[in-house]
Design a binder for this molecule. Sequence first.
Ligand code: AMP
Length: 215
Amino acid sequence: MRLILMGPPGVGKGSCAEYLKTHYDIPHISTGEMFREAISKQTEIGILAKVYIDQGKLVPDDITNELVKERLKLDDCKKGFLLDGYPRTINQAEKLDKILVGLNTKLDAVINLVADYQVLVERITGRLLCSQCGKVYHIKNMPPKVEGVCDDCGGSLYQRKDDTYETIMKRLKVYEQQTKPLLEYYNEQGNIININGATTVSVSVNEIINKLGGY
Ligand code: AMP
């Protein structure tokens, strides 16, 4: 299964991906996660990406495209993959098409998660992540049993630096301007599946799996 997970920030792409990667036994490739890892390791790409991410802007296409191109070449992607947060611009989508032609493969579906912006802002401003296993919590809607500690692995919880109200508003604007036009791009290719992202993760995941049933 070769999938793209699309949708505005906070719509639940990462949370749904956690289930889908296990269900379809495919690697979860999140460009945001790759950048965050590069930042924590202070690599050249990480240092550069941080400047854009902290301002709520997109990392330049050439850097992002190269990262994904190299990742998709790895052996574990032969059985499929789940792209989360990539592509985010028309340039990236066109580049991805070329990468896939080069790998002699094609997408099965583009999953588009949808939710009102009010829901997204509420979710992102309360979002907490585990520094060890990446599990996502919410201060009000899904708090950990012990404040600041992951229920699953005991790792410490943190708030993403780009999850502040000010940066979210910028990220939503960037989504509107640069990423939303991709829906039309994939609509023309005829492989978009719209999913309600305003509900719980398990409901969204079930809807995705049901709709992908025929693939
Ligand atoms: P995410 O974890 O997907 O919300 O991504 C966090 C941030 O990483 C985004 O706000 C962007 O600054 C950057 N980023 C992630 N994916 C991409 C991409 N495909 N193109 C450009 N920047 C990206």
